[in-house]
Design a protein around this ligand. Sequence first.
Ligand code: COI
Length: 359
Amino acid sequence: MAPSSSPTLRTTSEADEEKYANVKWEELGFALTPTDYMYVAKCRQGESFSQGKILPYGDISISPCSPILNYGQGLFEGLKAYRTEDDRVMIFRPDQNALRMQAGAERLCMTSPSLELFVDAVKQTVLANKKWVPPPGKGTLYIRPLLIGSGDTLGVAPAPENTFLIYASPVGDYHKVSSGLDLKVDHKHHRAHSGGTGGVKSCTNYSPVVKSLFEAKSSGFSDILFLDAATSRNIEELSACNIFIVKGNIVSTPPTSGTILPGVTRKSISELARDIGYQVQERDVSVDELLEAEEVFCTGTAVVVTAVETVTFHDKKVKYRTGEAALSRKLRSMLTNIQMGIVEDKKGWMVEIDRCQGW
Ligand code: COI
């Protein structure tokens, strides 16, 4: 936009045009709206990452023989930036995503960015794309860090080069539901097995769930719930988020023993539930218990905290408490009030995007 000769006389809409990208915020769903910039850093095997660059958002060039394309050697993260009423831009617990990427990199024999570099790179990406952070209450800026095996490896081996890339997109709700999700328990396929990669955010954990998800959605369900591969008796997680059940004062969620993603929202919600007097148990949760629960909800960066309205297991369908009276409603507002700066962040979870090394 051309500089105004008389800034004090500018109308609100002109000021907003500079402050915000041209997006129909009310229409946002969980789909890519490309922003202006992305962050890219590369590192050779045996070396460590140094500061990368902010580049215009766009396609990247990669070898057809790269480990990410051939063997799926890659990890991703998801976190969000929020605009507060007083116009600060905040991100939620980026250190947790950095540490989870490090754990995944160790599992996949990759080189991970340091915690400091990861957090600084996220800040740079958000600052560069600040006008894409939706107005308060109209969505969030979803940030997607990727660590991918680049270079060439025809044989199965650690990547000769790792690329750390971050892009971002303004988003709205992940699931379009009114009162809660309708879940189908998958009794045919499994998402993860003991000793596999279910406990890290490997790219390879996600494409195998698409068939089940697609079939469930085609039959009118909102999402799919996987059972453990060893016994098919215990619940694990949905296609892209963790699950909790509530009975009385006890909130239970499957343990992070290698087949469940250690969700940042899962961990935060467990802490908030304990703060208001619930007993939170991380333990095996059987399908039988799920079917007898009073309430079920799922958590994740994309889904935040979303109530489950029904679960279908074979030909049995169970309905759960949702709405105002549901614990999930309370926990969701406790969390989002912290994220949106509506209540004081006594936990030190929020990081303000004000400055960073490379910008
Ligand atoms: C997230 O919640 O950030 C996720 O990783 C889910 C994603 C696969 C949509």
